[in-house]
Write a protein that binds this ligand. Sequence first.
Ligand code: GLU
Length: 382
Amino acid sequence: MTRKEQLANVRRILVKVGSAVLTGEDGLDLNIIEQLVGDIAALRERGCQVVLVSSGAIASGKHRMGIECKLKSIPQKQAAAAVGQGRLMRVYSNAFGKHGLFVGQVLLTMSDITDRKRFLNIRNTLFTLLEWGVITIINENDTVAVDEIKFGDNDNLAAMVANICEAHLVINLTSTEGLYDRNPAESKKAKLIPLVVEITPEIEAAATEEATSVGMGGMKSKVQAAKKVTASGIPYIIAPGRRAGVLQEIMDGKETGTLFLPPAEHLNSRKYWIAFTLRSRGRLFIDDGAKEALIGDGKSLLPSGVTQVEGDFAPGDPVTCVDAAGNAIAKGLVNYSADEIRKIMGLKSSRIEQVLGYKDYDEVIHRDNLAVTALQGGKPTT
Ligand code: GLU
């Protein structure tokens, strides 16, 4: 299938752009921003909806304050973001205004979307903004985000937002051409990989850890994000953000950057939320029979398949299911607490009542609340 055919039904595009693309020696690079905004406006002209996840707040704020050294403390980064985010939005607002487009700002932290109700509220807001034709610009709410509630980097934030707004395609605009088979900074032989059909351990190994001096995530975090995004059935492209007309090129079907295709089977939106948004509270080791039932047959997890319980969790909590070797297979919301599962593991469901004195459910995790992440090939992400 050609690129053009692969992207034929794409109407809603999530564009993520990193600080390394948006900033130069003098803080925000206004020419690049004008260029990007023109490219997005042209996408709108061809009938596409665009949601933009943009970094650049911290880098811009730091420059504004005339700080040349690396920001070390969290409060310094948060203060820089407070200065820079307003400026970033003003620049975007002016640039999009020239094309007759309005912008809206949405700042998120991870804790905003781990709560299902808030997740759905954000979703409603994003859909209304799309309906209004507003260009929504999303960033992490850096001024309040500390480690425990952080997305970590905007690659991950964009992966979460792609699920919330049901994007048809994610384009991650970076300071490189795409994913190379080895680090291009270290080897002249490095070759660009135009297409990734499955994220294998080799593909993961090709992505290096290093981030640029201004951005948070390196290529590794982009590939991790690709893994999540494709797991929900959305294709993902890593492309050169500074190239003029790069978004048009992609939508014209040119072989630009690296395209990651989604696997044949993927997670629906709620299961994606369970798999990638919720922080796991413990681990359930499962036997080979249960592993096969979960992966192969899409079945629920029964007490008979559990061999060991790790952690302390309550009914409704997210828990990771791992095989005997400790590989993550699935994540789901448990019907019983850790202590209860310790008592009923290895037993048939018909014995639950006898052991616990009550039985609310036959399953430890019902299939509707179970996201099988081992489906995505390579090493599971959870
Ligand atoms: N949210 C940060 C900013 O706007 C950037 C995070 C990242 O580069 O991934 O400055």
